[in-house]
Ligand binder design. Sequence first.
Ligand SMILES: [Zn+2]
Length: 250
Amino acid sequence: MHQGLRIFDTHTHLGRGLHSGRVQTVEQLLAEMDRFGVDHSLVIPFPVVEDHRAAHDEIAQAMRSHPGRFSGAACVNPFAPRRQFLDEVRRCVEELGFTAMKLQPQYQGVNPMWSTSAFVYETALAHKIPLIVHTGSGIPHALPSLQIPVAQRYPELRMVLAHCGGGGMFKGEAILAANLCPNIYLELSSLMPHDILEVLQHVPSTRLMAGSDLLESTRVELSKFFLMDMDDKARADILWNTASQLFGLK
Ligand SMILES: [Zn+2]
């Protein structure tokens, strides 16, 4: 809790990222959560890891060791052998209790428009879990607008556009995507307050959520929702209600 409000951070990472060399431990993540008053975090593997199974096991261990503090998202290289991809997502959902999947087009060069990419979306749909799609850096595959036809093709699939287009650059596309597709949600990390107010003019707060992404951003990313002018309902939706419903937090 922070200032009386529950907080669900929908974008955090654990483990070692091969692309960035960054390492984040569960102790560091918990310390940052407690420092601000984050109740619950959705933990996602970094997009490029040495071993997807090990990355998922680390998240599952954090969930077991700290009950109620963490949920997990599966992130598997889409170019791994197909059987391996499908088996690992199934293991994450059925055995480890993960409640989301992540696609990272910046490092996983998946073009949402190609039919060869359909299995990624269909796998999340088959497990009835939301698919988080990184947007922003890594265009063109990471353009929010490219998720529109996919979201329309799979109206039952709930999708979260992480970073809402990235730093405000493609915020308009993200708003458009959410307006056209009731199954698209927006995660607001990397946006400035004026960007968020613009998003709020067009997208209901029941489809908006907070995220921090990296440890050193946690307090700044989450503080912005307390420092900005917005109504109490929108603030509570962004910080807790939307995500707890979407990811089925009891
Ligand atoms: Zn991230």
